[in-house]
Design a protein. Structure first.
Length: 425
């Protein structure tokens, strides 16, 4: 137990990062708009992405280095591909998370200016991370995660006893009036379910950071326990959020707003409809806290990831630049770039949802590449036999790569595929 406590941390950080946009926004929307008819997509996305997230932690435990360093072992092309993927995704993901966090903060504190709220959030995130202190982030996320976990599980149990607001079947596809909307929502939903697959590198970075901070190198079993705890909690909560949306909103005639502040208020109403108005401040605080925790984790994860990437690609040029200094530079660049994206989408009335959809979709179409890289790195050539995945994980990996590839093709030829499916339907 003592050794396990030294290991815990990266898995909780992962769960906190996952329980953000994918859960509060996408899972809740899935339940509110389509009942339980999208539950299959959530379950399959969690199942088939699992090996590739787990491999990040596995590789770090086996080698003592992040999986980003492993990409360098694969050659120049893989490390450059990951570098370009990170540049494309980091601004989109951070902007989407920052925008959602701002919406929940506006709702909680009654702030009218969304841009002003984003500035406040970004400044606070930078102030927390500028010290590059993993332990501060670790403790912050654990407290925030426990609060939302408990409130969501209680709300989930209460809505089950209360029953759905509508008499319509929650599982029948016939109740879906706009089937083209249903199909076009699949990729954005699975893109960040439980989160973007390129964030699997963060597991390895946080695992390495935890080892350095605690001075204890855990066994593979301990590292897997930490990761599995966070992963399965996030998967469970995704189902809870779908249930909240389905039971409280599906068939009621209500629809989520496309404005960030209004949307966050409607999510809070899902809880108050179950608990009562007295719980509004508690739920609003919890929801904002978990989104803020996600925002901090995203800033930290991308800054760590890009720092490691730059060090790997330009080892000579960055030899005299410390990791801490480079981390801070990346953190500031990430902040300004993400803010510019949010500012651009603010002029569009539907900008909030468009930004979320764009970020989640891009994350999904690059997922097969990351999956293949991670799978190769847990092969016999790169880690000891004692740390290699067993037969079940190998089979699941092949199925996962196939699953991600099929839906990536679906997204690329989305219009033609949707028309063909609707015609068959």
């Amino acid at each position: 137990m003592k050794n396990l406590l030294k290991t815990l941390g990266p898995g909780i950080l992962f769960a906190s990062t996952a329980i953000g946009v994918s859960h509060l926004v996408q899972s809740t929307r899935a339940g509110a708009d389509f009942g339980f008819t999208m539950l299959w997509a959530i379950i399959l996305a969690n199942l088939f992405k699992y090996p590739f997230f787990e491999y990040g932690s596995r590789y770090a435990n086996a080698t003592g280095e992040s999986i980003i360093s492993g990409y360098r072992r694969l050659g120049k092309i893989p490390i450059w591909i990951f570098f370009l993927i990170t540049i494309v995704s980091m601004f989109l993901v951070t902007a989407a998370v920052g925008n959602v966090t701002a919406g929940f903060m506006q709702n909680l504190f009654g702030i009218s200016s969304s841009i002003g709220t984003v500035i406040i959030i970004f400044i606070i995130c930078i102030a927390i991370l500028i010290s590059n202190n993993f332990s501060v982030l670790d403790r912050l996320i654990k407290v925030i995660g426990i609060v939302l976990l408990l409130s969501t599980l209680i709300a989930f149990i209460l809505v089950l006893f209360k029953g759905p607001v509508s008499n319509e079947s929650l599982f029948a596809m016939d109740t879906i009036s706009d089937k083209s909307l249903y199909l076009s929502f699949l990729i954005p939903l699975m893109g960040w379910m439980p989160t973007a697959l390129d964030l699997s590198t963060w597991n390895s970075l946080w695992t390495v950071a935890r080892i350095k901070e605690s001075g204890y190198h855990p066994t593979l079993k301990e590292t897997k326990f930490d990761f599995n705890l966070g992963y399965f909690l996030s998967a469970l909560l995704a189902i809870c959020f779908v249930t909240l949306g389905a039971y409280v909103m599906f068939g009621s005639g209500k629809a989520f707003s496309k404005s960030g502040a209004a949307f966050s208020g409607e999510v809070i109403e899902l809880y108050t409809a179950t608990f009562g108005n007295w719980a509004e401040i508690i739920i609003a605080s919890s929801a904002f806290s978990i989104m803020f925790g996600t925002c901090v984790a995203v800033f930290d994860g991308f800054s760590r990831s890009m720092t490691a990437n730059i060090k790997n690609i330009f080892p000579v040029k960055t030899e005299r630049t410390s990791e801490t200094k480079l981390y801070r530079i990346v953190l500031l660049v990430l902040s300004f770039g993400s803010f510019a994206l949010i500012f651009h989408f603010q002029t569009d009335p539907d900008g909030f949802m468009k930004l979320v959809k764009l970020a989640t979709s891009v994350s999904f179409i690059i997922a097969p590449v990351i999956a293949v890289f991670n799978f190769i790195l847990v092969g016999k050539k790169y880690i000891p036999d004692s740390h290699r995945p067993k037969r079940f994980m190998l089979i699941l990996s092949y199925l996962g790569i196939l699953f991600l590839s099929i839906f990536t093709i679906f997204y690329i030829f989305q219009e033609e595929m949707i028309n063909w499916i609707l015609t068959s339907w």
